[in-house]
Design a binder for this molecule. Structure first.
Ligand code: HEC
Ligand code: HEC
Ligand code: HEC
Length: 453
């Protein structure tokens, strides 16, 4: 027994040495080109431009703890290995980034390497920010150095237990999967229309929309960082029970049936005249970021999203079928799901599933109802929701949660009904899926922001 254990240890040691050797290249410091030439005199206009970019990039969402000072860090972001704490990015010299040069700042924001050469966890979306232009990074730097108040607050560490806290595997991940520091930032010439090019830049770069809306591989890499693949923005990532839905052109579960105005209105007010309502993680994006973008930029984002072709695969379909609604209105006793709908939902969403514009979303042909993964739908019915107040639409109409009165089985039957009623053709929902989401909502309610199920 003893010698077998020793043999195993020896083999393990050899394997480790070979592994370190082979991947040693990954530990070499990464050379990034200097953008110091773009340093500006930090004039008012550069600082203002940087402020706008910080909003478009939603830096505040991750770098501010609940109730904490803006940009002072300390938010716990759940990851498969433990909590990752965001850092203080105010210009405080001792605990923030006050001592960062423009090149240090660039290396951290676009390439995921901090001022001491340590690789950052990709919870910081540098694979997306890598597309930002040199000029924009310089403006962002001016803003953080001169437009943000310094806050003395040490970063919280230790959310990830040793040995998972060792950083070199993260450096290997970065070398393998993040864009190379020498790659050109963003190629606008791929887009014939300048408006679409501007939208592509905002979505792929500062907006980092793909960090939630693009599916990831097992190695947690986004399947695509731009529209060169139709996996880009095809949906599927889970954020605490919500699914970041498909934003491509699929008619049923994507944005195919959305107008540009629907998209603009959603990004500005978190609602639109008849399409979807927006779950919690996207509400945060709208509240901190997209509601403040100017009209030209919101229209550019919409124009770009509307160029994305449908994602492939066996997806949901919708063929309007008013007969189903009539049958439902006449009473559908045999179908427990229909009965539950009439008892619990029809008062607001109506028996014909048409809802009422700007107040109660329709169920027929609704992309959230038809989403490939019913996770968000289940979360909504269990926990309810309330529309956030935004500057253009301050009042908040909510939907009550039904988790307290409907069993997992009943929620499954009800959702299977709405996913197959009125011409909707999406997969049925099982009680086991409902049970899983109920557990993850309970965990979220218990405290942490969860970036992954
Ligand atoms: C989705 C969450 C998220 C967003 C959005 C985000 N960050 Fe980060 N950022 C993090 C996390 C988490 C870390 C710490 C990573 C680590 O410890 O490896 C970090 C680290 C950093 C660092 C390194 C700081 C240091 O002291 O080493 C800088 C600089 C930074 N972020 C700047 C920004 C800027 C500027 C923006 C907006 C353009 C931004 N971040 C947006 C999550 C985010
Ligand atoms: C008191 C009125 C009311 C009742 C009852 C109600 N809802 Fe809602 N529902 C709403 C409102 C309001 C919204 C929009 C909420 C928001 O945006 O936060 C909504 C949103 C939804 C959505 C999201 C649609 C989208 O586009 O994202 C679905 C799905 C939904 N409800 C299903 C149901 C189901 C199933 C029931 C019954 C179990 C139900 N609702 C009961 C008012 C109601
Ligand atoms: C933190 C993760 C996250 C980021 C970043 C994010 N989204 Fe979302 N988004 C979501 C989730 C989750 C939903 C689904 C909400 C729901 O089902 O109600 C969503 C929904 C949407 C919807 C509504 C689609 C529908 O069919 O209901 C649009 C449009 C959208 N996002 C656009 C964007 C754009 C544009 C960006 C980048 C500027 C972006 N999102 C960035 C998480 C995110």
């Amino acid at each position: 027994m003893k010698s077998a254990a020793r043999l195993l240890l020896t083999l393990l040691a050899i394997a480790l040495i070979a592994f370190f050797g082979a991947l040693g290249f990954a530990l070499l410091p990464t050379h990034t080109r200097s953008i110091a030439a773009h340093a500006s005199a930090a004039g008012e206009s550069s600082i203002e431009h940087g402020r706008y970019l910080a909003v478009a990039a939603d830096c505040i969402a991750c770098h501010t703890a609940p109730g904490g000072r803006p940009f002072a860090g300390g938010l716990a972001i759940d990851s498969p290995v433990g909590a990752i704490y965001s850092t203080n990015i105010t210009p405080d010299r001792a605990s923030g980034i006050g001592q960062f040069t423009l090149d240090d700042f660039d290396r951290a924001v676009r390439h995921g390497i901090d001022d001491e050469g340590v690789t950052l966890y990709p919870a910081m979306p540098y694979p997306s920010y890598a597309r930002m232009s040199d000029e924009d990074i310089a403006a962002l730097y001016d803003y953080f150095m001169h437009g943000v108040a310094p806050v003395a607050r040490r970063a919280h560490t230790g959310g990830i237990p040793w040995p998972l806290s060792i950083r070199w595997p993260v450096a290997i991940w970065r070398k393998l999967f993040a864009p190379s520091p020498n790659a050109p930032p963003f190629n606008a010439s791929r887009y014939a229309d300048p408006e679409v090019a501007r939208g592509a830049y905002l979505v792929q770069g500062p907006g980092h929309c793909g960090s939630c809306h693009t599916p990831r591989t097992l190695a947690l890499r986004e399947k695509a960082l731009d529209d060169s693949s139709n996996a880009y923005l095809a949906g599927g990532q889970k954020i605490g029970g919500w699914i970041a839905v498909n934003l491509r052109g699929n008619a049923a579960d994507g944005l195919g049936s959305w107008s540009k105005d629907d998209i603009v209105e959603t990004l500005r007010t978190a609602r639109n005249s008849g399409q979807a309502v927006i779950g919690a993680p996207m509400n945060d994006v709208i509240v901190h970021s997209t509601q403040y973008l100017n009209d030209t930029d919101l229209r550019a984002i919409a124009a770009y999203l509307k160029t994305l072709t449908p994602a492939p695969g066996d997806r949901a379909r919708f063929a309007a079928n008013p007969a189903t609604a009539a049958a439902l209105a006449a009473g559908h006793e045999a179908d427990r799901g229909a009965e539950l709908y009439v008892d619990n939902c029809a008062a607001c969403h109506r028996t014909d599933g048409q809802g009422s514009p700007k107040a109660f979303p329709k169920m027929a042909g609704n992309s959230s109802v038809l989403a490939e993964d019913p996770g968000s739908l289940i979360s909504l019915v269990l926990a309810g929701s309330s529309l956030p107040g935004t500057q253009d639409a301050p009042s908040a109409l909510g939907m009550p949660g039904f988790g307290w009165r409907l069993s997992n089985d009943e929620v499954a039957q009800l959702l299977t009904f709405i996913r197959t009623g009125w011409g909707n053709q999406a997969a049925s929902v099982s009680a086991a899926e409902v049970a899983r989401i109920r557990a993850s909502l309970d965990a979220r309610a218990a405290g942490k922001l969860s970036s992954n199920d």
